[in-house]
Design a binder for this molecule. Structure first.
Ligand code: AHM
Ligand code: MG
Length: 344
């Protein structure tokens, strides 16, 4: 086994880094890793069994749920219930948060916000999907945890991560001390450290956005896309456009190669499409920890005050220089708007 470090070994080694370490967060991360392996098994055989396709129900956002969404949701909730460290799970698939009430979770201190299977419309066509999770410590000290314990700003996250079920399966996570990536070795059934101390390049040449919505984008985003397409050898433009439609896969690629991912406001999604608590916040925490930047075009994602469980946000995330450039164009649009209003 020389040279191999499993996720379990790594978590225990790093436990001393947590100021309040009693092994609980380590156990929680381990529970998520176990559920991810079970979900991975099902995702991998999705084409073989009658588990593909719509389950015929809608989640709270009115989107069709794929059967594997529900399967993944059940697996994560079940792993967090039997693990005993989590008191509330907020998931994309449930209208309300789920209170974990089991004898083992009586003193549980952690809140988990999770998108159990992100990008699930890609499952039917064998394209990468992911799981995204965010972990908070509960703030309240008495009674049962409440919605207020869930609605914390992203800066309060104690850990966050994602799993990408792609050509290989990886788990990438941070506890606020850098980012580490583990690849699942199917022959031993373990996530093994493969990408220690991940860093996103400061600049890049990939932009990822659903350009089909161009006509509905804010002017600042339109300007950025035009900027990305201009020839300028010095800044490596025109950039390359890459959009999978699975946030985890798009951001994972850009994290490694350098790039920007944007999901702005559009006419049909005036507040953005992606969810703050279990999509934007965890990805922002990871990308910032890797040296990148994440905002809603104006404000740092991690400082947005959440008001509701399924709140949406627009997101500009990736290599620092690219995100700053896009933010500059958003700000210019804003300044122009104000000037027009004032001169009217
Ligand atoms: P989901 O949580 O319903 O799967 O939606 C989130 C996904 C992201 O992974 C992806 O980047 C985005 O939606 C794609 O949306 P669009 O098809 O509008 O480009
Ligand atoms: Mg999602």
């Amino acid at each position: 086994m020389s040279g191999i470090k499993t996720l379990g070994q790594f978590i225990i080694e790093k436990q001393a880094d947590f100021s309040y370490a009693k092994g609980e967060l380590s156990r929680l991360l381990r529970d998520i890793g176990i559920a991810a392996k079970i979900v991975n098994r099902e995702v991998n055989k999705a084409g073989l069994v009658d588990i593909l396709g719509d389950a015929g129900t809608m989640n709270i956002q009115g989107e069709g749920q794929k059967k594997l969404d529900i399967y993944a949701n059940t697996q994560f909730i079940s792993a967090l219930t039997s693990g005993g460290e989590c008191c509330i799970v907020a998931t994309e698939e449930e209208d309300d948060f789920v209170r974990i009430e089991s004898p083992v979770s009586k003193n549980a201190k952690y809140i988990v916000c999770i998108d159990p299977l992100d990008g699930s419309s890609n499952i039917d066509v064998n394209v990468a999907v992911g799981t995204i999770f965010s972990i908070f410590r509960r703030k309240s000290t008495e009674g049962t945890a409440t919605l207020a314990d869930v609605l914390q700003k992203g800066t309060e996250q104690v850990a966050a991560g994602y799993v990408i079920y792609g050509s290989s399966t990886m788990l990438v996570y941070t506890t606020g001390k850098g980012v580490n990536g583990f690849t699942l070795d199917p022959s031993i059934g373990e996530f093994c450290l493969s990408h220690p101390d991940m860093k996103i390049p400061q600049d890049g040449s990939i932009y990822s956005i659903n350009e089909g919505n161009y006509v509905h984008f804010p002017e600042g985003v339109k300007k950025y896309i035009k900027y990305a397409q201009v020839h300028d050898a010095a800044s490596n433009r025109p950039y390359t456009s890459r959009y999978i439609g699975s946030m985890v896969a798009d951001i994972h690629r850009n994290l490694i190669k350098g790039g920007i991912y944007i999901y702005p406001t559009t006419a049909s999604s005036p507040n953005g499409k992606l969810r703050l608590l279990y999509e934007c916040n965890p990805m922002a925490f990871i990308v910032e920890q890797a040296g990148g930047r994440a905002s809603d075009g104006f404000n740092r994602i991690l400082e947005i005050e959440p008001n509701e469980l399924h709140q949406r946000a627009s997101i500009f995330i990736g290599s620092e220089k690219m995100v700053r450039m896009a933010e500059g164009m958003m700000a210019a649009e804003y300044v122009e708007k104000i000037a027009t209003i004032q001169s009217a």
